[in-house]
Design a protein around this ligand. Structure first.
Ligand SMILES: *Cc1c(COP(=O)(O)O)cnc(C)c1O
Length: 406
């Protein structure tokens, strides 16, 4: 781990894979050729109508796109301020936005002739989406998952195994996402010739952050058109939770040029501001290199990566996608946090007000909407990305809500 300051690097967004000073490709020499092969295969795929039309076909007929943009009328009334719209990524096949990216990378792997897919997973949602796509394409699938996450998301472990994937538990470090990525990287270095590494978020070395964002930007492509159709104008703000940052990048992307639209990312505030109690990289982190990319990292003064905590496994990661780091520093996007307790409260509120049970990750975005809406005018519009559904979190919800006496 090396602690690097922004001034030491030579920032240029003109360099492929750089977002301002952030991003890049910090990997062992053995992976350089694989990343270059991936970059050129991806460029060729993007330019090939057969690839883009098969992707569009599967997103529609298999995953269930376009997802609705739903006016949450009762929640809006209850909060008494801005009009709230929900982008319903929770309605997708496998229950979250992850499938958008996995279909894209699965098609790419097939094009590249790779028959073995490996992936890391935190909440298990990316593992489930990867295992699903491997079943769809008849590919071998190995998923690395931290043992702590396997406990928290037991149901997803069964789902992956039922889909035919091998789930390998990782017990090193904090036994969560960071450690699973390390193991998957080790596997990739060893088996790089026949293996495709399917990254689950806008993380890692170039071209992953750009490629994953491209596969997720369909969220804002649809939402941009949907809100114009519904309201004839753009929203005051887009709100999305930020783990690695893929659903947020997907939800923000098409709105970046619309300078009057605030882009608000919500990180995991966990149970406090101390080290190991949260995953708010933009509040407690500093620039550094983690797992192939230069971005904000929760680390100590020696560059040792800090432990993180969140009630939602999908937000429990020490770094964040490099494009978010650039959006943060330029001030184009704002990053706030919601605590475990606020996310749990938002989950109950959305369930009772709208009959929608959000994933605990998505509930962080709902919590921010609940804070912000009453401060805005009735003429304001908030667009909240519901990245996934809460079924996977029932065990945690049952435990945590009982503790709170709800
Ligand atoms: C994985 C996951 C997240 C966090 O990942 P991002 O890359 O930040 O989107 C958020 N919500 C859900 C439902 C997830 O499954």
């Amino acid at each position: 781990m090396s602690k690097v300051t922004a001034t030491e690097s030579k920032p240029s967004s003109a360099i492929a894979g750089r977002f301002g000073a952030y991003g890049g490709r910090y990997v062992p020499e053995t992976l350089m050729a694989a990343l270059e092969e991936l970059e050129s295969a991806y460029a060729a795929a993007q330019a090939d109508p057969a690839f883009t039309s098969e992707l569009a076909y599967l997103l529609h007929h298999y995953a269930g796109r376009p997802t609705p943009l739903y006016h949450a009328a009762r929640l809006t009334e209850f909060l008494g301020g801005a009009k709230i719209y929900l982008k319903r990524e929770d309605l997708l096949h496998t229950g979250a936005h992850k499938i958008n990216n996995c279909i894209g990378q699965g098609l790419l792997a097939r094009r590249m002739g790779k028959r073995r897919i490996i992936a890391e997973t935190g909440a298990g949602q990316h593992g489930v989406a990867t295992a699903t796509v491997c079943a769809l394409f008849g590919m071998e699938c190995v998923i690395y998952m931290g043992e702590e996450d396997m406990r928290r998301q037991e149901l997803n472990v069964y789902r992956m195994r039922l889909l035919g994937a091998e789930v390998r538990g990782v017990s090193s470090g904090s036994a969560t996402l960071k450690d699973a990525i390390n193991e998957a990287m080790r596997d990739w270095v060893t088996n790089v010739r026949n293996t495709y590494f399917c990254m689950g978020s806008v993380l890692g070395a170039h071209p992953y952050p750009t490629m994953v964002r491209d596969f997720q930007k369909v969220i804002s492509l649809e939402a941009h058109a949907q809100i114009l159709e519904a309201e004839g104008r753009l929203p005051s703000a887009i709100i999305a939770c930020v783990g690695g940052g893929s659903n947020a990048m997907g939800a923000f992307f098409e709105f970046i040029p619309d300078k009057n639209v605030r882009l608000i990312g919500v990180e995991a505030g966990g149970r406090g501001t101390g080290s190991g109690e949260h995953a708010a990289r933009f509040q407690g982190g500093s620039p550094g290199v983690l797992q192939g990319t230069y971005s904000y990292v929760l680390q100590d003064d020696a560059g040792q990566v800090s432990l993180t905590h969140s009630v939602s496994a999908g937000l429990d990661y020490a770094s964040v996608g490099p494009e978010h780091a650039a959006l943060h520093d330029s001030g184009r996007a704002e990053y706030v946090s919601a605590s475990d307790a606020e996310a749990l409260h938002a989950t109950v509120t959305l369930a009772r007000m709208e009959g929608i049970l959000p994933a605990l990750e998505s509930a962080h975005a709902v919590a921010e909407a609940m804070r912000l809406a009453p401060k805005l005018q009735r003429s304001d519009i908030l667009l909240v990305n519901i990245s996934g559904r809460g079924d996977k979190d029932m065990g945690i919800l049952a435990r945590e809500l009982k503790l709170q006496g709800a």
